[in-house]
Design a protein around this ligand. Structure first.
Ligand code: NAD
Length: 361
């Protein structure tokens, strides 16, 4: 069967890592017809739009996309094109596995965590009121009237909506993910002691969903600040973590740190209809075009994508080939070498070549 998949190379280092991942995926023998479309600065230059409708239409039609990182230009209407894509396609579940690979230097060994981050609401809803403007003053007055609490008149305000329905679907996703992937425990991470009506709602909803899975998947609760410390001290005590949007963003970077950095942290944004696979890292503009950065996060995002399209054998082949390159430590990029100045470090393309050679071996 030939899969139709949207490919968005992205900005900065995006085209290099996307090309590396695409070549590795193709080397597994899986049949893919790529529909290459643009978003971000490259799209702005060509079409005058950061996120052309044709790009969204391609993902909607194909239902699966592999996406390179996109630079968010400062001073435009968009907060982030990534957030815009997630919202436009209702990609409500962000899945970020954090797994140790032999050969990748880290303070920790044998980390195997999965972060499930709610992707559609919370402080990422983009509902903000700028300090000093009339609507902000009116909102401050109204909140003070309703809550009987004072907000300083020179405040800016960001709104944090958390709904029962979005909390329910993300927690259900986390439990179903745990069941399908042979995981043992889901930890709900929150700050419900302070934000009773938002994080409190998230937690209460999680407790209800957890009851449905009782006896199959264990459930645990953790306050986000304590979770940050626990992850640094005892990361092996955790398995699948489910979090509201902002905490999910922060904790997944922390977890990327546990396994050796952003260069090796993959991700997926999944909705009922479509899914977009992308590395956790950004477009690292200073490395653009240098054939220098690590393609691992993007290749591992490709592994997640292959699993999503039910090409398990190809996914395993690709992950095993990559593991071998990482553990041998020869054909790896500068960031994976003990000395970052090591002149023998491979380029992005050459590391992908080594993975492909292993697939074909
Ligand atoms: P970044 O992840 O692009 O870079 C931070 C640093 O991490 C880099 O300087 C580099 O040292 C390291 N790094 C990142 N990827 C690497 C790789 N593959 N190999 C080796 N080292 C790597 O984060 P930033 O500098 O905060 O953001 C740059 C741009 O990317 C911004 O415009 C931001 O909005 C955007 N961004 C996009 C996404 C996305 O598209 N999903 C995610 C995060 C940031």
């Amino acid at each position: 069967m030939t899969h139709k998949i949207t490919l968005i190379p992205g900005d900065g280092i995006g085209p290099e890592v996307a090309q590396a991942a695409k070549r590795c995926i193709e080397a597994t023998g899986v049949k893919i017809q790529w529909d290459e479309v643009i978003a971000g600065q490259s799209a702005l230059l060509k079409t005058g739009e950061l996120l052309p409708q044709s790009t969204l239409d391609s993902i909607k039609k194909n239902k699966v996309a592999l996406k390179g990182p996109i630079t968010t230009p400062v001073g435009t209407g968009f907060r982030s094109i990534n957030v815009a894509i997630r919202q436009a396609l209702d990609l409500y579940a962000c899945v970020r596995p954090a797994k140790s690979y032999a050969g990748v230097r880290s303070y920790y060994k044998d980390i195997d965590l999965v972060i499930i981050r709610e992707n559609s609401e919370d402080l990422y809803a983009g509902i903000e009121f700028e300090e000093g403007l009339e609507p902000t003053k009116a909102l401050i007055d109204e909140i003070s009237r309703l809550s009987k609490k004072n907000i300083r008149p020179d405040s800016g305000i960001s709104i944090k909506p958390i709904s029962k329905s979005a909390s329910e679907r993300i927690v259900r996703f986390a439990f179903e993910y745990a069941l399908a992937n042979n995981r043992k425990k889901v930890t709900c991470v929150h700050k419900a002691n302070i934000m009773k009506f938002t994080d409190g709602l998230f937690l209460n909803t999680a407790r209800l969903v957890a009851e449905e899975f009782s006896g199959k998947i264990a459930f645990e609760e953790a306050i986000v600040d304590n979770m940050a410390m626990q992850l640094v001290q005892k990361p092996h005590n955790y398995d699948v973590l489910v979090l509201p949007n902002l905490y999910g963003d922060i904790i997944s970077d922390l977890c990327a740190g546990l396994i050796g950095g952003l260069g090796i942290a993959p991700g997926a944004n999944i909705g009922k209809e479509s899914a977009v696979f992308e590395a956790v890292h950004g477009s690292a503009p200073k490395y653009a075009g240098l054939n220098k950065v690590n393609p691992t996060a993007m290749i591992l995002s490709g592994v997640l994508m292959l699993r999503h399209i039910k090409e398990e054998a190809a996914a395993m082949k690709l992950e095993e080939a990559l593991k071998k390159v990482l553990s041998e430590g020869d054909s790896v990029t500068y960031d994976l070498k003990p000395d970052r100045q090591d002149p023998t470090a491979a380029g992005t393309k050459e590391m992908a070549d080594a993975v492909i050679a292993n697939i074909r071996r």
